[in-house]
Design a protein around this ligand. Structure first.
Ligand code: GTP
Ligand code: MG
Length: 252
């Protein structure tokens, strides 16, 4: 069984991508299951096969501990790790080829507190990967692109598993898509776009950050997809297979 954790900023399309990956693997004769790990989720675009809300419920926590919405989300995130054994048993009983794990909307609660990395490390699967989602609508400037790239690296550092970057909402990006993809593959292109930044000092700082980022080997390919039209899914799934199989090669 391979485990794919869908991570990314709030509203970036994690749940929609979970639904699409399930559909993709089913259409290709594999047996995927979905695991909803977002205790705060309300309506989902798929029917979760395993659901953390069966164990941790945000509204119940609000009532029981007299917490506000944010306090209860923090508590719910921390409680996810305590239900790892139950969730693992449920997934194992289904015996899937892939488990697609939809993580909480607030990435900082999942990646930066102790519970998320604990869950990722201790969840048993043959291979694990994180698919970090860039929201196509947020990557509106080189500054936003760099900021989200840094967040993606921070998540990778916290989860300590192979990671791939996906850009969602490509159907809404139209002619801007190529410019964003160029930023991800070419430092020169990113620096050129930063030249248009009015504040020179800010532009220099961002160029320094970009150079360090590339030299340190943090920059990754970005796979543009649409959860609406499914365009780009072939390349994304192929890249996922490559990073999941790399894990197998290391083990052999
Ligand atoms: N046009 C378009 N809309 C998308 C795409 N992906 C997601 N959306 C829309 O973006 C909104 C948020 O998508 P979700 O899948 O709920 O995003 P999420 O990351 O799971 O959100 P949270 O869990 O609340 O943080 C929904 O209205 C989706 O229909 C896409 O590729 N194209
Ligand atoms: Mg979601």
């Amino acid at each position: 069984m391979d485990a794919i954790f869908i991570t990314g900023t709030a509203g970036s399309g994690k749940s929609a991508l979970t639904a699409r990956l399930i559909q993709w693997y089913k259409d290709n004769s594999a047996f995927p299951v979905s695991l909803n790990l977002d205790p705060g989720s309300y309506k989902l675009p798929y029917e979760p096969d395993v659901d953390v809300r069966d164990y941790v419920e945000v509204n119940t926590l609000m009532d029981k501990y007299d917490l506000g919405p944010n306090g209860s989300l923090v508590m719910a995130s921390d409680l996810i790790a305590t239900r790892l054994d139950d969730i693992q048993t449920e997934v194992n009983e289904l015996n899937p080829d892939y488990v697609i794990i939809d993580t909480p909307g607030q990435i900082e609660l999942f990646a930066f507190r102790a519970s998320g990395p604990y869950f990722v490390t201790n969840f048993q699967a043959d291979n694990k990967a994180s698919l970090f989602v860039f929201d196509g609508m947020l990557v509106s400037s080189p500054i936003n692109f760099i900021s989200i790239s840094l967040l993606s690296s921070a998540v990778k550092l916290r989860l300590k598993i192979a990671q791939l970057n996906a850009l969602t909402k490509r159907d809404l990006l139209l002619e801007r898509l190529q410019e964003i993809l160029d930023w991800s593959t070419s430092n020169t292109s990113l620096e050129k776009s930063l030249d248009n930044e009015k504040d020179i000092e800010y532009s220099i700082l961002l160029k320094e950050i970009t150079r360090f980022y590339n030299q340190a080997g943090f920059s990754e390919d970005l796979f543009a997809i649409s959860n609406l039209t499914m365009s780009g899914m072939v390349n994304l799934v192929a890249a996922l297979a490559r990073i999941l199989n790399q894990g197998e090669e290391v083990k052999d």
